[in-house]
Structure formats: structure tokens, C-alpha cells
Design a binder for this molecule. Structure first.
Ligand code: PMP
Length: 307
């Protein structure tokens, strides 16, 4: 199948027509804010479900506010745009989408004019069956009063790029960032969870992390209601990583991706742990609508609904 068409400023256009001016702040300084989300095909319902679309749009608004730029679209417009890009491409398989609001004018301080595009693409699971070999990065997660990670701007991801390439050069799959306080923050593009002394633990939202929607989903529903285990939100020290029983990354893109070792210390038996396995399958059932709870989190593409 050819590449999906991109929704750009109100129109569905082929990939090669979705272009930005080279002198725009978007191209030169990566002045954009974006969301990454997945939509899942449910064969039984004959429906594509965008997962927690309303929450992604809220976070996009928050990022735009912090960056002092606006787009001429309401959340309802964007909701319709997502439906249009999926139904217009006749998507009937799992896809990942980027919603990107960008500044098309030149200049470091440019705030307008701004535009928006939505780019659906195939994106396989990060890991099938197995898990990641991680290291603690020697790069520090950027701090909230420098380059805030709460704000989902493309430019922030250079921090993750440095750490990821370093990790790979050193023979690992992915880095884990510590923050300015020397405590665990997150992965380059995913939230960190561990199981320690039988409890599920994740860093607080004041740890220089993105306020992850998957994190919230695990804390609000999957862990307490499916597994019967509450999540503890607290600071995590580096050495705790080495003696954790299990660990995983989560995110819209990463879904639930197991971590098998950190700095070459195997976690537990060095294989995917039982809690991680249960969380992963419960999460995938929820997002696809096999688990029918929280229907408000699954936005249908083909059936007419309002946000
Ligand atoms: N942290 C970072 C830096 C990310 O880019 C992502 C992916 N958006 C996450 C965490 C996970 O966030 P979410 O669950 O909202 O996708």
C-alpha cells in the first residue's frame, strides 16, 4: 500500500506535497509541538479506535500555550481532522499518528503563522516478545526550567537523541535518563516503571518527565482494576534500578515494552516478568476494545460521535 495521505491545514495531501519552508522556525529550530498517538483496528466492531484522543488534544493545547503559539483549529476541528485522515485513507489496521502544530514563519522568536498536520504511519510494536537492554545514561534529562519535558516540542527530543545514540554506541538498546537531582526520570520517549519488593513504582510527574497518557492509564485503571495493584508514584534512586524485580517502558508508541537488564544487571530472572506480562496484555486489550471498560477512551473513526 502506498504511503498514507497527510492531513495538512484542512486538506488531505500526498506525502510529497506536505512540505515546510526551509527558513521557517519549524524547520530551522524545530519550533513545533506535537502528539504521538495510536489508533487500533477492532475487527469485531469494524472500527478504528483512537486511544485517548481527547487527552492528547488537551496536552497539545497545553504545549501550545507554553510555547505561546496558537492554531486556528478548535479541538472539535482536530477531532474531525483525525477522523478524516483515518477514514480518508481507509485505514483498517493499527497505526501511529503524529499531530504536529508548527511555526511556519522565520525567526527564533516567531510565534505565528502556525499550521498543523497529521501524519498517520505504520509503526510496529517496539519489541515483540522479548525486551530491552538498557543503560543509565550519562546525559541528564533536561530540567523543567531549562527545556521542559512536560512540553512536547520536537526540539526537546535532541536530548533523547544524544542519549539513545550513546546507548547504542555502548552496546545497549535504550537509555534511562536521570534528572538534575540524580534520580530516575524516564526513557528517551517513554515513561519508566519498575516492580520493586512486589510493588509497581514510577517516578512522580515532578521528576522531569512528560505527563504521559499511558502512565495515567496504568495508574488509573490497568494496575489497580485489572491487576489489583496500586501504583506508587515516588522518586527512584539509580541503585534501585539494579535490584528491581521487573521494569518496563510505556507510552503511546512503546505501549508496554519490557526491560530485561540495566547496566548489564539482569532484572529478576533476566526475562519478561509476570507483572509486566499482565500489564502489557491488559493494556493491549483495553486500547483495542477487547476490554470494553472505559469506552470514552476509544474514539471511533467511522461511527459518528462527538468529543
Ligand atoms: N516521555 C516522553 C519523552 C515521550 O516522548 C513519550 C511519548 N509521547 C512518553 C514519555 C509517553 O507518553 P504517552 O504515554 O503520553 O505517549
Amino acid at each position: 500500500m502506498a504511503d498514507f495521505k497527510i492531513w495538512m491545514n484542512g486538506r488531505l495531501v500526498p506525502q510529497e506535497q506536505a512540505v515546510l519552508p526551509v527558513n521557517s522556525a519549524a524547520v530551522f529550530y524545530a519550533t513545533n509541538v506535537f502528539e504521538g498517538l495510536r489508533a487500533y483496528w477492532n475487527e469485531r466492531d469494524g472500527e478504528m479506535y483512537g486511544f485517548r484522543l481527547a487527552d492528547h488534544l488537551t496536552r497539545l493545547r497545553e504545549s501550545m500555550k507554553m510555547m505561546r503559539f496558537t492554531v486556528p483549529y478548535s479541538d472539535d476541528d482536530l477531532f474531525e481532522a483525525v477522523r478524516t485522515v483515518l477514514s480518508g485513507n481507509e485505514v483498517r489496521e493499527d497505526v501511529h499518528m503524529h499531530l504536529v502544530a508548527y511555526v511556519a514563519a522565520p525567526g527564533l522568536d516567531a510565534t505565528t503563522p502556525t499550521g498543523l498536520y497529521i501524519n498517520p504511519r505504520k509503526r510496529p510494536r517496539v519489541m515483540e516478545g522479548n525486551g530491552l537492554k538498557c543503560c543509565v545514561s550519562s546525559w541528564t534529562r533536561t530540567s523543567d526550567n531549562a527545556i521542559p519535558i512536560r512540553l512536547k516540542s520536537g526540539s526537546n527530543y535532541q536530548n533523547g537523541r544524544l542519549a539513545t545514540l550513546q546507548a547504542r554506541a555502548d552496546g545497549y538498546d535504550q537509555p534511562i535518563f536521570l534528572n538534575r537531582h540524580g534520580q530516575v526520570a524516564e526513557g528517551s520517549g517513554a515513561t519508566f516503571f519498575m516492580v520493586r519488593k512486589g510493588r509497581i513504582v514510577t517516578p512522580t510527574t515532578s521528576s522531569d518527565i512528560l505527563e504521559s497518557i499511558t502512565r495515567t492509564t496504568l495508574i488509573e485503571y490497568v494496575c489497580p482494576e485489572v491487576l489489583g495493584m496500586d501504583v506508587v508514584e515516588r522518586s527512584i534512586d539509580r541503585t534501585e534500578l539494579y535490584v528491581a524485580e521487573e521494569a518496563f517502558f510505556c507510552g503511546s508508541g512503546y505501549e508496554v515494552t519490557p526491560i530485561l537488564s540495566i547496566d548489564r544487571f539482569p532484572l529478576g530472572k533476566g526475562e519478561v516478568g509476570p507483572v509486566t506480562k499482565r500489564i502489557s496484555s491488559a493494556y493491549l486489550d483495553l486500547v483495542r476494545g477487547v476490554d470494553r471498560k472505559h469506552p470514552e477512551w476509544r474514539t471511533p473513526t467511522y461511527k459518528k460521535v462527538t468529543l
